[in-house]
Design a binder for this molecule. Structure first.
Ligand code: GDP
Ligand code: MG
Length: 291
């Protein structure tokens, strides 16, 4: 029996719905999703395994202009994503102005691999304006397949997989078929905590935090997790902790509940806040945190 296998890399601006889409396609909550930008800092892979194919999806950070070194390193994941793809899946939404991403459109037009452009959030559009949006994209990306979808409401997503399978090369599987992702439990735990930080704190604070899982110990009835929240300025410590520790307590509870439902086991979660001055602008630190 022939077997198809390959890499489908998802690119697009922040907030257009890349992570929502990947999670729908993979069927697990692998990438954290929030309405804030830059939730997805790392490149996360998710696999769809069937007997005769394996598709490896990569969700990338949204493409942005590098303001910090962190952002520069994040953008490397994006360049990498364009390099090793068998298929590029570009996501946009009905709100995005193509004039703002001219450079990327140029880049995508130069690609030699098949490109599918998904125009997301059609649930918030009407037929007439959608038609003109699609026409416009057709002229901008003449070689791409264009498909209007709603990732959130599962509209037209069933047309994606057959297209991908048509394009993917015949290959043996790249990864063990039991494996769902290239990331381990510690990674998901830190991502869940980071998601809660994004939801709970304002302005710069979430972007200044990094979560490091120091201990992950599975006992028979409970999993014990200890994590440090690294902040880049001393003043942020008090903000994260909150008045009488109320904020961090809420953070701990919200994160614990999500982790419990993710690993389907009771969790004891301990959180500590630590200062790691200006970690976002130090190469060595970024390396340590996996950027
Ligand atoms: P990413 O930054 O590209 O990964 O975007 P996310 O997947 O994190 O989604 C950003 C926001 O758009 C979230 O609030 C999603 O719920 C929302 N969203 C995603 N897909 C759709 C859709 O089809 N329709 C609507 N109305 N909202 C969507
Ligand atoms: Mg995302």
């Amino acid at each position: 029996m022939s077997h198809k296998s390959g890499f489908v890399n998802i690119i697009g601006s922040p907030n257009v719905g890349k992570s929502t889409l990947m999670n729908q396609l993979v069927g697990e909550k692998l990438s954290i999703i929030t309405s804030k930008m830059q939730t997805t800092r790392h490149r996360i892979m998710g696999m769809v395994n069937e007997e005769d194919y394996q598709i490896v999806f990569s969700d990338t950070p949204g493409i942005i202009d590098p303001a910090y070194k962190l952002h520069e390193n994040m953008m490397k994941f994006v360049t990498e994503a364009l390099k090793d793809a068998d298929v590029v899946m570009m996501v946009t939404d009905i709100y995005e102005k193509p004039e703002k991403i001219e450079d990327r459109i140029k880049q995508v037009n130069k690609l030699e691999v098949p490109v599918i452009l998904l125009v997301n959030k059609i649930d918030q559009s009407d037929q007439k304006s959608l038609e003109s949006i699609i026409e416009n994209w057709k002229s901008l990306l003449p070689n791409a397949q264009i498909l209007p979808i709603s990732a959130l409401h599962n509209m037209s997503l069933q047309f994606i997989m057959p297209k991908l399978l048509e394009w993917l090369p015949e290959n043996p599987p790249y990864f063990d078929k039991e494996q769902l992702t290239n990331k381990n439990m510690r990674f998901f735990v830190s991502e869940i905590i980071r998601e809660k930080i994004l939801l709970l704190y304002q302005k710069e604070v979430p972007y200044s935090c990094e979560v490091v899982v120091e201990e992950y110990k599975e006992e028979e009835k409970i999993t014990r997790i200890r994590a440090n929240i690294m902040v880049s300025r001393n003043s942020q410590k008090a903000i994260v902790i909150g008045h009488q520790g109320k904020k961090i307590k809420k953070l701990g509870t919200d994160a614990r509940l999500d982790i419990e439902s993710f690993i389907m086991k009771k969790v004891h979660l301990e959180l500590y806040v630590k200062l790691d001055k200006d970690w976002r602008d130090k190469d060595q630190k970024l390396k340590k945190y996996g950027y």
